[in-house]
Design a binder for this molecule. Structure first.
Ligand code: AMP
Ligand code: MG
Length: 484
């Protein structure tokens, strides 16, 4: 593996150099051969299965790797914590993938670091399986995300509410820079470190801004904000609820990161919350845009000294850029919903169609994914059309008129809808069942079968149906946990 360590070169205030803590008996539980191929590992790495398990549990250090735990802070549920950092993760280094993109290879659950506080530095197998499956499902849905290369069991138990088998997850990310990384140095008034982070992030994620000199800081903010907007819109397209949108879980790259208490919305309701610790519904499905904006406000605050030496002037500039959030979000959200409804060129009158449907879904307690899938199919199946028409009444007539008018102009609404509306998503009910089966059997077959379907979310095969259907009350009382 050809490691480089550009983050380690930034300087030692950005991390702690610390080795993973060895584990008793590492074994590969899940392996992502597609991702290994994209990372060119199959070409560059000739390790036996056992050697791979040793390396991805942290028992051996691959040549060229300089393991570090990154420093960061963060706002958790609105409260600032000046020091978080990788308390159970080690960045092994970076590799250049098949597309020429630099990717971080990080172990999660690989032991204590200087940032562990009272934590044991470990990860349980159940949440690791969940993170692996969710990342692949999101990637297949074309949503920017960190992914997992492997889940390696440790042969040791971890103690949460109950004893659970331990695991180390190998996480692949465009980078592990977070809003919280900037907040860490802002809290210490280290403007030079923030400038270094900006330039590092620009080089790695927004290279077009390199030529922008002094303007680059606010333009960098715009670019990060736009990626957050696009990301949350993509989450809302598929009914994803992140569950813990703290600033330390907000990646500068625009990838989805941290699959702790996330879940998928079944029945449409913007108030949907599954996380056991989110008692106020701060991170509810429909609150995600407002929280993303709040997180971007915390981000731009860290850049103020670079935006302008005069604080008042810097605040004015920052505010005017942050104010674009709402307009950009609304424009792009409506466009996305238009795609879900098969509308290519959105007209002002379409807003009524979009919100009219959402109202009906909420009032009639209809499933979000299933409803859009049936609308899609109603354009080519008479029996589905009869059923959906019956369910949605006049709304269906209006929508159908709109699609038929568009058809006359040569636009195929159904093709658009097929790419916007997944047939199958990682529903909570199936996710829990799959994890349970894996844990009881100490075997990954159930996860592999689930993944086989999830990697083609827009296609219906004979294996898809079993994962589309859930009992009516499947999500009633359902709760997710951070697994920390
Ligand atoms: P998370 O909930 O995974 O976003 O983690 C929030 C913070 O808690 C990060 O600083 C983590 O590194 C730390 N943390 C979470 N779980 C553990 C653990 N078991 N041991 C040590 N640190 C942890
Ligand atoms: Mg986190």
């Amino acid at each position: 593996m050809k490691f480089s360590n550009s983050y380690a070169r930034l300087g030692d205030i950005f991390y702690e150099a610390v080795l993973p803590e060895p584990v008793k008996d590492p074994n590969t539980f899940l392996w992502n051969s597609n991702l290994a191929n994209e990372l060119l590992l199959s070409d560059n790495l000739t390790l036996s299965t056992d050697e791979m398990a040793q390396a991805l549990s942290g028992n051996t250090i691959l040549s060229g790797s300089e393991p570090i735990a990154l420093a960061y802070a963060g706002h958790q549920f609105g409260n600032f914590v000046p020091q978080l950092g990788d308390g159970r993760a080690h960045l092994l280094g970076e590799v250049i993938d098949r597309s020429g993109i630099r990717k971080d290879i990080q172990l999660k659950g690989s032991g204590q670091t200087g940032f562990s506080r009272n934590g044991d530095g470990r990860y349980a197998l159940g949440p690791a399986i969940r993170e692996f499956i969710m990342g692949e499902a999101m990637h297949a849905l074309s949503i920017p995300t960190t992914r997992s290369l492997a889940v390696t069991t440790t042969g040791e138990m971890v103690y949460r509410e109950t004893p659970q088998p331990g695991a180390v997850l190998t996480r692949i990310a465009a980078s592990h820079l977070r809003v919280g990384t900037f907040e860490y140095f802002a809290a210490r008034q280290n403007h030079q470190a923030i400038e270094q982070l900006c330039d590092y992030a620009i080089t790695r994620h927004y290279p077009a801004l390199q030529a922008c000199h002094h303007e680059r800081f606010i333009l960098f903010f715009d670019a990060v904000m736009e990626r957050q907007i696009d990301l949350v819109i993509e989450w809302m397209r598929v009914g994803f609820i992140h569950g813990v949108m703290n600033t330390d879980n907000t990646a500068i790259s625009g990838e989805t990161i941290d699959y702790g208490p996330c879940a998928m919305m079944g029945v449409y309701n913007p108030k949907t919350v599954f996380s056991s610790i989110d008692r106020q519904g701060r991170y509810a499905f429909g609150n995600q845009p407002a929280i993303a904006q709040w997180n971007m406000a915390r981000f731009v605050e860290t850049l103020l000294p670079l935006i302008d030496k005069d604080e008042e002037a810097a605040i004015d500039i920052a505010r005017s850029h942050l104010d674009n959030f709402k307009r950009l979000f609304e424009e792009r959200y409506l466009k996305m919903m238009g795609r879900k409804l098969g509308i290519t060129k959105l007209l002002p009158s379409d807003h009524k169609l979009i919100f009219g449907l959402l109202d009906q879904l909420e009032q009639k307690q209809l499933d979000y994914t299933d409803s859009f899938d049936r609308l899609t199919r109603s354009l080519s199946s008479q029996s589905t059309e009869v059923q959906v028409r019956d369910e949605l009444g006049d709304w269906y007539t209006d929508w159908r008129q709109r699609i038929d008018d568009q058809q006359v102009m040569g636009t195929d609404g159904q093709a658009l809808m097929r790419n916007a509306n997944p047939v199958v998503i990682p529903r909570n009910y199936h996710m829990e069942k799959v994890i349970q089966t894996c844990l009881e059997s100490s075997d990954a077959a159930a996860a592999d079968a689930f993944l086989e379907v999830l990697i083609s979310p827009y296609a219906s095969t004979n294996k898809t149906l079993q994962y589309q259907i859930v009992p009516d009350d499947a999500d009633v009382g359902y709760q997710t946990f951070c697994g920390t």
